[in-house]
Design a binder for this molecule. Structure first.
Ligand SMILES: [Zn+2]
Length: 105
């Protein structure tokens, strides 16, 4: 396991993008009642059979369009970053701070 990941999680990437489907602002969760309802149904079923509800990946509560925007961005950052052996430990190589701002000059 890496101590300090060079890249944020896929969830953080998706969250940094505006949702193309529900127009959720960067940083705000998706307005996805159907997704949330189906997760709630899964929880209810688990509860009925006496199982602990499990932690849902927050990515599942996002529209797939936003997930793909995030993962495209993540792959691009990984493609632009130095090879893992050339990276400085503890340094992040993502460009999430640039989302929504004008492209690099
Ligand atoms: Zn959405």
């Amino acid at each position: 396991m890496e101590q300090t990941p060079a890249f944020p999680t896929a969830y953080e990437y998706a969250l940094a993008h505006r949702c193309p489907t529900c127009r959720a602002e960067p940083g705000s969760p998706c307005d996805a009642p159907k997704k949330n309802a189906s997760l709630a149904r899964m929880d209810a079923i688990r509860e009925r059979v006496g199982e602990e509800p499990f932690e849902h990946d927050p990515l599942w509560r996002m529209h797939s369009t936003r997930q793909s925007a995030g993962s495209r961005h993540r792959s691009r950052d990984i493609g632009n970053a130095p090879w893992p052996e050339d990276r400085v430990p503890g340094r992040r190589y993502d460009t999430l701070d640039n989302v929504g701002k004008s492209p690099r000059k």
